[in-house]
Design a protein around this ligand. Structure first.
Ligand code: ADP
Ligand code: MG
Length: 321
């Protein structure tokens, strides 16, 4: 069964001659927490606005639950709860009043809306502040109220555009936990845009790395590593020394090469600060450990290097690729 809820096909958005979003192809499945990770100006917000039907693509198409966002924006907006970067509330009204107002706009009867609003305020941790005017809310409180505001219309999908910017670190953690909890509990699909890789790494099932309007890679962290680091994926670092009875303490690269000869797939062995770096096509860390121990050398350290989003971030965002 195809459980795609958001589908972008060759989506392109130009502003004059400038291409903000460049031929995106992407499918997001039901219940998934998908992270759109990219630096400022990458085109994240433009993509989101197109998904919501708030701006028209120059070419290509967007479908949400099988509905074309450009042709049927009103229907699509019913499916999606959207939390923009800066949520607007009526600052002279309380959190509860603001939620009631949204409920009213969405045709929810007042009695039902009151119960729902109070439940949601409790869920987002604002029960104590429901009668406070939102003008006095902190940035973190506003974002949490924004989440309640998005949820009150019971959407199938929530789209959060840089929801954590300006929130203090503790607040960020709580906010992210809340999103994961909601998605798991209600089967909500979440599209989360952020320039912060650690946050994306913390909560997202899959990530799209988005730079200059293009998706460089899409997948879970592990498969992204494979896509982006396929030339140097498996690296094992080891420290070995000779047994005490041998006078020469240090093991040479040539000696290690000879010992590891029976293992297939080794591409390169190098040494830096007495730590050997063994590059290979497949994960051979267990074989390396076994053969080294059997050789009589003393193995004091073995570490399989995993490439995470940090490395990807470094290579693509800061390495200026
Ligand atoms: P992000 O959300 O990833 O920071 P945006 O989608 O906001 O990126 O912007 C992508 C690029 O498109 C930026 O270079 C931005 O200046 C440009 N852009 C966004 N909106 C407009 C607009 N309405 N008119 C012209 N250029 C725009
Ligand atoms: Mg943006």
């Amino acid at each position: 069964m195809d459980n795609t809820v958001i589908e972008l096909v060759n989506l392109t958005k130009k502003y004059g001659s400038f291409t903000a979003v460049d031929g995106l192809n992407l499918k997001i499945s039901k219940g998934e927490i998908f992270g759109l990770l990219g630096p400022n100006g990458a085109g994240k917000s433009t993509t989101i606005l197109t998904i919501l039907g708030l701006t028209e693509p120059t070419s290509g198409s967007v479908q949400v639950c099988g509905i074309n966002s450009t042709s049927y924006p009103v229907e699509v907006k019913r499916k999606i709860g959207y939390l923009p970067e800066d949520v607007g509330f009526y600052d002279n009204r309380t959190g509860l009043e603001n939620l009631m107002f949204t409920a009213h706009l969405n045709g929810i009867p007042d009695i039902e809306a009151t119960v729902l609003a109070e439940q949601l305020l409790e869920k987002v941790g604002l029960s104590d502040s429901l009668k406070k005017k939102t003008g006095n809310y902190s940035r973190g409180m506003r974002q949490r109220l924004g989440l309640a505001d998005v949820l009150i219309k019971n959407p199938e999908i929530i789209v959060l555009d840089e929801p954590t910017s300006g929130i203090d670190p503790n607040g960020v953690r709580e906010f992210l936990d809340l999103i994961v909890g909601l998605s798991r509990e209600k089967g909500l699909t979440v599209l989360f845009s952020s320039h912060n890789l650690h946050q994306v790494q913390q909560v997202c099932d899959r990530v799209g790395i988005f730079i200059n309007g293009k998706l460089l890679g899409v997948g879970n962290i592990q498969s992204l590593s494979q896509q982006l680091f396929n030339n140097q994926l498996f690296v094992v670092e080891v420290s070995v020394s000779q047994p005490p009875k041998i006078n020469v303490a240090k093991v040479s690269v040539a000696q290690l090469q000879k010992i590891l000869l029976p293992i297939h797939g080794i591409r390169k062995i190098s040494i830096e600060n007495d730590v050997f770096r063994i590059e290979s096509d497949t994960d051979i860390s267990a074989e390396i450990a076994k053969i080294l121990i059997n050789s009589g050398l003393i193995l004091s350290y073995l570490h399989k290097k995993e490439y995470g989003l940090d490395d990807i971030y470094y290579q693509y965002f800061e390495g200026g690729k």
